[in-house]
Design a protein around this ligand. Sequence first.
Ligand SMILES: Nc1ncnc2c1ncn2[C@@H]1O[C@H](COP(=O)(O)OP(=O)(O)O)[C@@H](O)[C@H]1O
Ligand SMILES: [Mg+2]
Length: 283
Amino acid sequence: MDQNCIELIGVSKCYQSSSGERWALQEINLKIKQGEFVGIAGRNGSGKTTLARLFNGLILPTAGKVLVNGMDTADRRYLFQIRSQVGMVFQNPDHQIVSPIVEEDIAFGPENLGFPREKVKELVERALKDLGLEKLRNHAPHLLSGGQKQRVAIAAVLAMQPAYLVLDEPTAMLDQQANIQLIRHLKRLRQEYGMTIVLISHHMEDLTFVDRVIVLDKGRIQLDGSPASVFQEINTLERCGLKQPEIVQMADNLRKKGYQVDPDIVNLEQMVEHICRLLKLKV
Ligand SMILES: Nc1ncnc2c1ncn2[C@@H]1O[C@H](COP(=O)(O)OP(=O)(O)O)[C@@H](O)[C@H]1O
Ligand SMILES: [Mg+2]
């Protein structure tokens, strides 16, 4: 068995409510390996949050198994270990603030995990630096902007040194500028530490920097592959209520006009590089 992964085996999840049963996920088989940067997309109600909550045992599957580094989330003996391995960041950063000062907020997690004082200091410093928050360390988190608050929330999770970072629509409440900045930080975490990141987003543009995109609809996995391959599936994306990212549309339009555009181009940086190359060839 592969130990360094989150694995879902035949997972289904049914919620019981006054209006009856609701199958939020059905027969999901999925493996997220350490070191991967995975994006998850899907319209409202497709099962994304349910999936995220299953990853760290916040909820348990109705059928099937969720294993985190080989530990079954249904086995209560592992719950603490699983929760400290799988760090979660949610949509609304206001719900995640626990302290009136940024650096104390970030220290809260590692202190609770029982790290020695010196280690806590080191982890807080690193998390502040990684999320570009050094200048805000003594500020009150609830007075910060949405983007800054969300970066504090991510720093607070990172300071606990989880093996997996799961973010459930962290950009949903942010303006475009803050959104871009947040994604840039995630990219850097990935590049510098090879951090395993699962990013749930309904902004397709957010998912143009990941290694693998999973599309959910009606509680089932509809697509799973490289961004370039998933974004080519126009019909399936449309059926799932999703659109191709703009750069992919642009690349298709350029192709229709007879330009050769590499099929792997899915984000702005890659497109700029490509156009520069094209222009140089013409000069
Ligand atoms: N606590 C709950 N009780 C009953 N139904 C729920 C609950 N949470 C989610 N659902 C239902 O499960 C489905 C998937 O929801 P969710 O995982 O939140 O999707 P997403 O995050 O993609 O919007 C939806 O139909 C939703 O109404
Ligand atoms: Mg959700």
